[in-house]
Design a binder for this molecule. Structure first.
Ligand code: NAD
Length: 414
């Protein structure tokens, strides 16, 4: 790895030295977790632009953001002293991750905190479509007593096809089975079938088997437009369709036509290719105004419970990284969950992943007469991470030699 940033060494005697800047109205639990860890916290309600962020980050160790703060390579180069960034959300597209890795800044997010929220909305949508709830609701609000069983169904015993059996898809599988649905799924990866779910070997096989299709795939580029006219035509007539994953996966003109023709009897859509930026902005879609089509403004994961869990989860990730060098579930640096020993000191060493680097670092420690009690190493692409517990505090001179190694990206004692 080419070293584009100067290596950094930071040795912290106590937690009160650690400064955290939390932007974008994070859930108060984030401040509670970090405050309880002894960190000094500044909170601001809005996002900052690039220049404002660079200025605000002076002397800051931990940055907490949501999706609106862009952490660019320029910010990271200017403020390479940052120790870690917490994205208090699911996505991390707003952060230049390769630049963060080059600077030795660990990035954490909350990949599972809103999983259950999305699952519950999907279940609510399925039941609402099967009972034509929004149609009945609208009629009554319009003053029409439309009492009828026609076109209303129980979900018990109906088949559900889940495309993408990751965090959300697999949990939906469990909850849907609890309602008595028969679950089929298709995933490009080999996935363990939970409960009584049936694995399909292709999307075509799944579409031929089920009456309700729900998309829960990730946003990789190759998934653009995976569901269009051809796929709607392959569904069983009068099926239900849901997309609570990403807007650019689906051709919504084709979906609108399929609804109008009756091929699709109901649809629930939470995500759109071009979503309005701000609350209150105008929204348009070919799906507007169609019967038994439920439109929600990307709120699948937006619940107070999810926000609370995100605050707690990401706050704890930042705390554990500062205090213990723990990087589990980091989105950019190698992941390690080293067990805490009673050792005198822990050396957390992010370095270029090149042959012999660990041997060279250990040689420095051996020359300084340091007794290693435990050592773990993980690598990820061009970055390596070694956590070394030692019996007695390492001398400033030996730490300086480790910090000066060509391969060192970041050296911390915790
Ligand atoms: N509506 C919301 O508010 C909301 C909230 C959270 C997540 N999401 C979205 O939900 C989706 C799923 O999230 P997750 O946490 O379960 O993701 P995940 O990464 O855990 O799971 C995605 C799964 O899809 C599979 N996959 C990818 N491409 C596929 C394809 N073409 N065909 C079949 N399987 C494919 C992957 O192998 C993986 O198992 C993501 O797109 C995410 O952005 C939406």
């Amino acid at each position: 790895m080419r070293r584009r940033f100067a290596p950094r060494r930071s040795t912290r005697a106590d937690s009160s030295d650690v400064r955290a800047l939390l932007l974008e109205n994070l859930h108060p639990l984030a401040s509670t977790v970090l405050g309880d860890a002894g960190f000094d916290i500044e909170t601001r309600s809005g996002a900052l632009d690039e220049d404002e962020l660079i200025e605000a980050l002076e002397g800051v160790d931990l940055l907490g953001i949501r999706s609106k703060t862009e952490v660019t390579a320029r910010v990271l180069e200017a403020r390479g002293d940052l120790t870690a960034i917490g994205a208090f959300c699911i996505g991390t597209n707003q952060i230049d991750l390769p630049a963060a890795t080059r600077a030795g800044i660990a990035v954490f997010n909350a990949p599972f905190s809103n999983t259950r929220s999305v699952v519950e909305l999907a279940i609510a949508d399925i039941i609402a479509m099967a009972r034509r709830l929004t149609v009945r609701d609208k009629a009554l609000h319009d003053g029409i007593w439309d009492k009828s069983a026609a076109g209303s169904h129980e979900v018990r015993g109906r088949t559900l096809g889940i495309v993408g059996y990751g965090n959300i898809g697999s949990q939906l599988s469990v909850v849907a089975e609890m309602l008595g649905m028969k679950v089929f799924f298709y995933d490009v990866d080999d996935k363990l079938a939970l409960g009584n779910a049936t694995r399909c070997s292709s999307l075509a096989e799944l579409l031929a088997a089920v009456e309700t299709v729900t998309l829960h795939v990730d946003g990789r580029a190759g998934n653009a437009g995976i569901f269009g006219r051809e796929q709607f035509a392959m569904m069983k007539p009068r099926s239900l369709f849901l997309n609570l994953s990403r807007g650019f996966l689906v051709d919504y003109d084709a979906l609108a036509d399929a609804v109008r023709s009756g091929q699709v009897a109901g649809a629930a859509v939470d995500v759109f290719p071009d979503e309005p930026k701000n609350r209150g902005d105008h929204f348009d879609s070919p799906l507007r105004g169609l019967d038994n089509v439920i439109l929600t403004p990307h709120v699948g994961g937006s619940t107070e419970e999810a926000q609370e869990d995100i605050g707690r989860f990401v706050g704890a990730k930042l705390r554990d990284y500062v205090h213990g060098g723990v990087t589990s579930l980091s989105v950019n640096v190698p992941t390690l969950t080293p067990e805490r020993t009673a050792s005198a000191q822990r050396i957390a060493h992010l370095h270029a992943n090149t042959p012999g680097v660990l041997a060279r670092a250990n040689h420095v420690l051996a020359e300084a007469g340091v007794n290693i009690e435990r050592q773990v190493l993980a690598t990820r692409g061009e970055c390596g991470y070694a956590v070394t517990d030692v019996a007695a505090p390492v001398s400033p001179d030996a730490l300086a030699r480790l910090g000066a190694m060509d391969e060192t990206i970041r050296l911390r004692t915790v």
